[in-house]
Design a protein around this ligand. Structure first.
Ligand code: SF4
Ligand code: SF4
Ligand code: SF4
Length: 256
């Protein structure tokens, strides 16, 4: 008896396409899933096998919305997709593209004027415009988390989003806390799911998996301040991947 395959599309808006590459880097591990899924569209795989009208069970969309082209493409994908997944930080939280959102107004305006394609002054996550059914966070997306998601979905189960901060996984792994060594780290306010990748290698967490719902930004910022971390450095740290939390709006501009 032949199995009805799940139709999947991969799409890129403005981004480095690193998330899609991370997924296809899974090679044989991903090939095993091909008995159950069919990749209908993927620019990276140079696949455009089916006519555009084909309906997709799942679309993975990486990248942020920056231009009208991105926005039109996103609406087109949403219309033909049953289950839309934001793939990676650019799609989920505007990510690296969102750095432009923190730029002073004059700089944003000049960027807009110099752009060749019609450009929005800011970068947006997918959910600013369409319903997103699931988020796979990270920069790049975590390959094992992607496989786990695929495995569960193919068995008819929608996985739950991770709701604990990176510190949780960091402690499970027995890492020494960077904050105690005087190194700033966003682990307490960032969603887990990466197995505390950066602190595990003695590097600070810079929040690529997005801020947790119940994050206590003020408390972490006060601690960083007590550690002697300046206002500009704190601003840059909190806005690498994420919009500046409203509780920390005083970090914008000016001196300590
Ligand atoms: S989340 Fe990171 S790796 Fe993925 S597309 Fe964006 S910049 Fe590239
Ligand atoms: S190193 Fe960072 S992630 Fe790990 S426990 Fe300390 S603050 Fe949390
Ligand atoms: S430790 Fe932080 S910055 Fe590093 S991968 Fe995890 S969430 Fe991203």
């Amino acid at each position: 008896m032949s199995v009805k395959k799940v139709k999947v599309g991969f799409f890129s808006l403005t981004c480095c396409e690193g998330c899609e590459f991370a997924v296809f880097d899974l090679e044989e591990k991903l090939l095993k899933a091909f008995d159950y899924l069919e990749i209908v569209e993927s620019r990276v795989l140079m696949e455009k096998i089916k006519p555009e009208a084909v309906r997709l069970d799942i679309s993975f969309v990486e990248g942020s919305v920056i231009s009208k082209h991105d926005l039109d493409k996103l609406h087109y994908i949403r219309k033909k997709t049953d289950f839309l997944v934001a793939l990676g930080a650019c799609a989920a939280i505007a990510g690296i593209n969102g750095i432009r959102n923190a730029l002073p107004e004059g700089v944003q305006e000049r960027m807009k004027q110099k752009a060749i394609i019609p450009v929005k002054e800011k970068a947006f996550s997918l959910s600013a415009f369409v319903k997103v059914d699931y988020i796979l966070n990270g920069c790049s997306v975590n390959e094992l988390e992607f496989l786990d998601f695929l495995n569960r979905v193919l068995h008819g189960v929608i996985p739950r989003l991770e709701e604990v901060p990176v510190c949780f996984e960091c402690k499970l792994n027995g890492n020494a806390c960077l904050l105690l060594k005087g190194i700033p780290c966003l682990g307490p306010v960032t969603y887990a799911g990466c197995d505390a990748l950066c602190p595990g290698q003695n590097a600070q967490c810079i929040g690529c998996r997005g801020f947790t719902k119940d994050a206590n930004f003020k408390s972490l910022d006060n601690l960083l301040k007590e550690m002697g971390i300046g206002k500009k450095e704190r601003f840059n740290l909190f806005t690498y991947f994420n919009p500046l939390p409203k509780e920390l709006r005083d970090l914008r501009g000016g001196s300590e």
